[in-house]
Design a binder for this molecule. Structure first.
Ligand code: SAM
Length: 306
């Protein structure tokens, strides 16, 4: 958009002044209702306005409340993991896989600059060229262009990803793109891999094929019932992802990172690289695949051939 830094500084200063007036303690308390957040709306107005979360008067419209809490909570619950990365690396390099319109990417870049005060570089990758254009516009407005950059690319195309990344993060990367993010993290030796999966359909597709072929098994009623098939597949996919990450030497937890009123896709798989490969976890994965119909994740093969 070509604004000079003087124009952007003036824009940010005016917005911050409006935010100080708007975000009284009473308004902030009414929004947060006791929730702990990393970034209060009055403290990061230029970022939140650049992301389109705040209106021009610095208020947070109801339609943006869910996104505001989603990214805040995701970064918040990963706080100890990011603290570990900062303790180990003078400059922390992160990849936001399937970054969409850069909500998470720019929040991470902002935290590096204004909250943690530790050098952080974030690369956002998305296959949608239009959203990457929008990310770049937002980045310039939030004055984060020196720490955040963006590339158009498919996550399964390794050519797009810088080496030497310390953390790979993915928030609601569609379907198998979450597995792509995991594969990138493991292949690059990232110490942190954190994914909040979206619409996992790979197992459900396999089970549907079994049902269409007239196959039966203990889970047959689930294979044949589309809604239950999707819901069950989502949880089993995440259990398989956890086991594959453990097998690759990560310590893994799955938690609910935000209340279901903000998003139903509220599972966060958090993995820290700690150990050698874990063959017991690989066997557990194989047992789970056999027990649920013999359909597994392509991720297993990709990780095996790294
Ligand atoms: C639901 S949006 C989430 C965006 C962002 N992470 C957020 O939470 O705001 C999913 C994004 O993943 C991108 N995506 C899906 N599959 C991808 C792939 N294989 N490679 C790159 N980007 C992908 C889509 O273009 C979309 O922007």
């Amino acid at each position: 958009m070509g604004h000079t830094s003087t124009t952007r500084n003036r824009w940010a200063a005016e917005l911050e002044a409006r935010a100080r007036t708007h975000w009284t303690q009473a308004r902030t308390d009414a929004l947060l209702r006791g929730k702990q957040v990393l970034i209060k709306p009055g403290d990061a107005a230029p970022l939140l306005r650049a992301l389109g979360l705040l209106d021009a008067d610095a208020s947070l419209p109801p339609a943006q409340v869910r996104k505001y809490f989603q990214v805040n909570h995701m970064v918040g619950v990963l706080g100890p993991a990011f603290a570990e990365l900062r303790a180990r690396h003078p400059r922390v390099r992160l990849l936001d896989a399937g970054c969409g319109r850069s909500y998470l990417t720019l929040l991470l870049a902002w935290c590096g600059e204004h909250v943690w005060r530790h050098p952080v570089e974030v690369l956002g990758v998305d296959r949608n060229a239009d959203v990457i254009d929008e990310c770049r516009r937002r980045t310039e407005l939030a004055q984060l262009d020196h720490v955040a950059r963006f590339e158009v690319g498919a996550l399964d195309d390794a050519a797009h990803h810088a080496t030497g990344v310390h953390g790979v993060i993915a928030l609601h990367a569609c379907d198998t793109a979450t597995c792509d993010a995991i594969a990138i993290g493991v292949a690059r030796g990232a110490e942190l891999v954190a994914v909040a999966p979206c619409c996992q359909a790979e197992l459900a597709r396999g089970w549907r094929a079994l049902a269409d072929a007239g196959a039966d098994g203990e889970l047959g009623p689930i294979w044949r019932t589309p809604h239950l098939r999707r819901e069950t597949a989502a949880h089993l996919t995440d259990a398989m992802r956890m086991l594959l990450l453990r097998a690759a030497g990560y310590e893994v937890t799955a938690i609910e990172f935000i209340g279901a009123e903000h998003t139903r896709k509220n599972t966060l798989i958090r993995a820290m690289r700690r150990a050698e490969q874990d063959d017991a976890a690989r066997r557990e994965y194989q047992t789970l695949v056999r027990a649920t119909g013999g359909v597994g994740l392509r991720l297993e093969e990709r990780l095996r051939h790294l």
